[in-house]
Design a binder for this molecule. Structure first.
Ligand code: GLN
Length: 472
């Protein structure tokens, strides 16, 4: 096996068995990037080898350091700050912005001895489901380069799926880790809201955003998550470890399936792959029961009100005055308008307008407050369902990866987020795992199965994830 094709666990073992050096592992990833990144556009920038960090990681391993992440090269989404590196959020607005500090997640990985290969492509400011909204061209799906890798963390997904990195960090506001993981055949994990610090993550929807891993295995996702999790004085929304009641761990889980949500809009072969995986989970000793989540039909609408509202507030700081792209106009107002028009892409402008509208006086009651009320009901409905079941399952996406340009109508693109947005609205943890492939023409495309668990019950997700892995 080539070193760049290893999982975190495999590479950590090989490093300790002296079958591999940190340098050789780094070089294998760097060589794969050199060969394939020009076509796949997974990375917007590939970093030079940090010789001191490589030597330090090797020394730690030689001296018996047990940190699994020591010496492991990772890919980092371009909205997560790494001190001294550009963090552009794939926007012209921040094309030349250099981070002045490490995100807390980066600091923790650095302390664990991890290495950073580069910053990965994404939809501008993490709005989108395909990377087509990147200001620097889309990434391609390694399973079929005529198709999108998903988004917004599509560059991270492509990097890991094509073995241009051992694992990656993405961010998830409405599915941006889980959907690209599903489209590229990876594990994608969104933690409980507040489990991971958002300090140093370029804010999108502050009540929805979480940083999480895209990996080749469930064990890797757990390792990366545990390395970055924890409460943080720099993010007041982070939570202590036992904020929510502890869930009992068991070998046989009760899996709720909201079948009423799957009767329409899901491709027949995706549905068949989902049903086949459920059967395998039953054979492995788990129980499947029906759950009713009636408000789920309003989740997408609520998300596409709340999320743009938060976007409009968060991106207001990018006005050409403080930092970011600047255009000089005839008046101060022209400065603002020209800077923001030139700096932001179409989708970003659309959401800023939408968000400003739903927050404006006269409309805030009709839109924002209604959406916020729906969000509370949705959360109560999920809390109720979790009195009877351990996790809730559905397909991660209704369809496999689409071709470039296929979803140029924004509403059609938004519809694909139907299953992923709820976990962000409720703040619950969720995971997407590979559940086989479906064929389109002569290519086989990965599809994902999605599980949601109660707040802070991430271990239940890793447990069911390991069952899915074994059932492949
Ligand atoms: N596709 C969703 C959106 O465009 C998800 C974004 C995200 O999770 N960052 O809003």
């Amino acid at each position: 096996m080539k070193p760049n094709e290893m999982t975190i666990i495999e590479a950590a073992r090989a490093l300790r068995a002296r079958e591999l050096t940190v340098r050789a592992l780094w070089d294998a990833c760097a060589a794969a990037i050199k060969a394939k990144n020009p076509e796949l556009n997974a990375y917007l920038e590939v970093f030079e080898a940090d010789e001191a960090a490589i030597a330090d990681a090797q020394k730690r391993i030689d001296e018996g350091d047990t940190s699994v992440l020591c010496g492991i090269p990772l890919a980092i989404k371009d909205n997560i700050l790494i001190e001294g590196k550009i963090a552009s959020a794939a926007s012209k607005m921040l094309e030349n912005y250099t981070a002045t500090y490490d995100a807390t997640a980066i600091k923790k990985l650095r302390d664990a001895g991890a290495l950073f290969l580069g910053r990965t492509n994404m939809d501008e400011f993490a709005m989108g489901s395909s990377t087509e909204h990147s200001a620097f061209g889309p990434s391609k799906n390694p399973a079929d380069p005529t198709r999108v890798p998903g988004g917004s963390s599509g560059g991270s997904a492509t990097a890991v799926a094509a073995h241009l990195s051992i694992a990656a960090l993405g961010s998830d506001t409405g599915g941006s880790i889980r959907q690209p993981a599903a489209y590229t055949g990876l594990v994608g994990f969104k933690p409980t809201y507040g489990a991971v610090s958002r300090s140093g993550l370029i804010a999108l929807g502050s009540s929805l955003d979480q940083i999480g891993p895209l990996t080749k295995s469930v064990a890797d996702a757990r390792i990366l998550h545990q390395a970055i999790a924890g409460s943080d004085p720099l993010d007041a929304t982070t939570i202590p470890v036992n904020l929510y009641p502890k869930r009992e761990m068991k070998n046989s889980l009760c899996i709720g399936v909201p079948r009423h949500l799957l009767s329409e809009g899901v491709d027949a072969d995706v549905r068949a792959a989902f049903d086949a995986m459920l059967e395998k989970l039953v054979a492995a000793g788990h129980t499947i029961v029906d759950v009713e989540l009636p408000t789920s039909s309003h989740a997408l609408a609520a998300y596409y009100v709340i999320m743009p509202a938060e976007v409009s507030a968060n991106l207001a700081r990018l006005d050409g005055m403080r930092y970011g792209h600047r255009e000089q106009g005839a008046t101060l107002l022209d400065d603002y308008i020209d800077s923001r028009t030139a700096g932001f892409g179409e989708e970003t402008r659309r959401r800023i307008l939408l968000g400003t509208f739903v927050l404006s006086s006269g409309y805030i009651d009709a839109y924002y407050k209604k959406a916020d009320a729906a969000r509370a009901v949705l959360r109560a409905e999920y809390d109720k369902a979790f009195e009877d079941v351990d996790v809730i399952a559905f397909p991660t996406t209704p369809s496999p990866a689409f071709t470039f340009g296929e979803k140029s109508d924004p509403l059609v693109m938004y519809l694909g987020d139907i299953f992923t947005v709820t976990a962000n609205l409720t703040g619950m943890p969720a995971i997407s795992l590979p559940m086989g492939t479906v064929s389109r023409g002569d290519v086989n495309l990965p599809v994902g199965i999605h599980f949601t668990a109660p707040h802070q019950a991430e271990e239940l997700l890793f447990a069911v994830g390991e069952s899915v892995e074994k059932a492949q």
